[in-house]
Design a protein around this ligand. Structure first.
Ligand code: SAH
Ligand code: SF4
Length: 449
């Protein structure tokens, strides 16, 4: 347990504002940060202007999010000039890299605190130091401090993120995550189950288990359980309706896991299973540790065992050395695999990774052309798959008013598809059935039955 009683007055009467870039793990880290801040007296600000403390939680997976952080920091300079006691903290994956931390400190002198991905448990102490000192405090050491027992202020009331494993040991050659998130650390099954039960008691219906690679859950611990065991145990937690998980790495997606998903009552029929490329040559250079044949075989096994399952993926185009032939193989794989959806990225070289040392001669225009071509094929397939759902009835968990049309509400299917529907009654946080009336590429329309 972390005892913050010594800091309990640090935030009294003060307000905080957080900005989060990147993945769900980062979103949850911001929830933990918010939990810590509220436990030492802070309350939420509705805008950065109103805040006494602004915390930016950064992402390093591609260059673009790093550029956005730099842009935001530039803008915050004026705010800091107007409000001298404003504290600005920047942390997470980008600043865990020593070079980026030094850059932020040098380039943005109005930043008070630069922290890394291991600093959360120490945050109150860092804030105290930052409040006393002029100049920037930097804390990017890899402390072994446990994150167990940290409070969290969750953004959702029905859906909650639940980390099960931190870090990554896979070292895909393009990826910075293993460097900025450290080695794989699984939480114990007791800790995960305890948090799941407590969330169920608080009224949460849906949990998403988080990890860079949930499939290696448990393998770093001196005990004999794995991710399939964890899912099976979580499936029995009373009060929960849906359990999701992400991300799955194909290399250690076991038959036991597929079985656990097919048997589980609450475990949703959705795999996010990044394939990255359809070319064995590129997969090898990416250090993904599977072939396209093995991937397609897995897909077959999943679809055979789990009727109605949705499979989504991530793809990278323009990896160093990717020829027209390699790209054609990716296109062909996407046609064969028929993913429900795909996130497609242009390769972005990351300092310190193996791929950054590889020769990258492909012009930007070719990479963009490949992205467009792949996106077009995937959109057609997504629409076809969604159209096959027209006329069917599905279970939804209500998520509230539609962002594009306030007259409509939205909900998600077990297969993680977003459905818009008209309804007079308030269905947020409720489970109910709709008939799918119309399919679009990115979402569905339905009516309550
Ligand atoms: N741990 C997860 C997700 C990691 S990051 C996994 O292994 O799938 C999410 C996605 O970003 C990756 O799947 C990959 O498609 C993409 N990505 C990671 N590094 C990248 C890079 N350097 N350039 C472009 N895309 C990248
Ligand atoms: Fe990055 Fe690969 Fe680890 Fe995913 S599995 S976080 S892509 S190194």
């Amino acid at each position: 347990m972390h005892d913050y009683t010594n800091y309990s007055h640090l935030g009294e009467g003060k307000k905080y504002f957080t900005v989060t870039f990147g993945c769900q793990m980062n979103e949850h880290d911001s929830e933990v940060l918010a939990g810590i801040l509220e436990s030492i007296g802070y309350s939420t600000a509705l805008s950065p202007e109103e805040a006494d403390l602004i915390v930016i939680n950064t992402c390093a997976v591609r260059q673009k999010p790093e550029e956005k952080v730099a842009g935001l920091l530039g803008k915050l300079k004026t705010l800091k000039e107007q409000k001298k006691d404003l504290l600005i903290a920047v942390g997470g994956c980008m600043t865990q890299q020593a070079e980026a931390a030094a850059y932020v400190k040098k380039r943005f002198r109005h930043v008070d605190l630069v922290f890394g991905t291991h600093s959360l448990p120490r945050f109150p102490e860092l804030l105290k130091q930052a409040g006393r000192k002029r100049g920037t405090i930097v804390d990017i050491e890899e402390y072994p401090d446990s994150r167990e027992g940290l409070p969290a202020r969750r953004a959702g009331r029905f859906h909650a993120w639940l980390p099960v494993i931190y870090g990554c040991d896979n070292f895909c050659s393009y990826c910075v995550v293993p460097y900025v998130r450290g080695r794989e650390r699984s939480r114990s099954m007791e800790e995960v189950l305890g948090e799941a039960r407590s969330l169920a008691e608080q009224g949460y219906l849906e949990l998403t288990l988080l990890g860079q690679n949930v499939n290696s859950y448990g393998l770093d611990r001196a005990n004999s359980y794995d991710f399939a065991d964890l899912l099976t145990r979580l499936d029995r937690v009373k009060g929960l309706a849906r359990i999701r998980f992400m991300t799955s790495h194909p290399k250690d997606l076991s038959a036991r896991l597929i079985k656990a998903v097919s048997r589980g009552e609450k475990i949703c029929e959705h795999f996010h299973l990044p394939v990255q490329s359809g070319s064995n040559f590129i997969l090898e250079n990416m250090n993904r540790q599977y072939t396209r044949e093995r991937y397609l075989e897995l897909l077959r096994a999943i679809r055979e065992a789990v009727p109605g399952v949705a499979v989504t993926t991530d793809l990278i185009v323009g990896f160093p050395g990717e020829t027209d032939r390699d790209f054609a193989l990716t296109l062909e794989l996407v046609e064969q695999a028929r993913f429900d959806n795909a996130f497609i990225f242009i390769y972005s070289p990351r300092k310190g990774t193996r791929a950054a040392e590889m020769e990258d001669t492909l012009p930007r225009s070719v990479k963009e052309e490949r992205l467009q071509q792949l996106a077009k094929v995937q959109s057609r397939i997504s629409l076809e798959i969604n159209q096959a759902l027209e006329g069917s009835t599905v279970e939804l968990l209500g998520e509230g008013a539609s962002k594009s049309n306030p007259a409509m509400q939205t909900g998600r299917t077990r297969s993680n598809k977003l459905v818009h529907f008209p309804a007079a009654e308030e269905l947020t946080g409720k489970l109910f059935t709709v008939e799918i009336t119309e399919a679009r590429t990115w979402n569905l329309f339905g009516k309550k039955v």
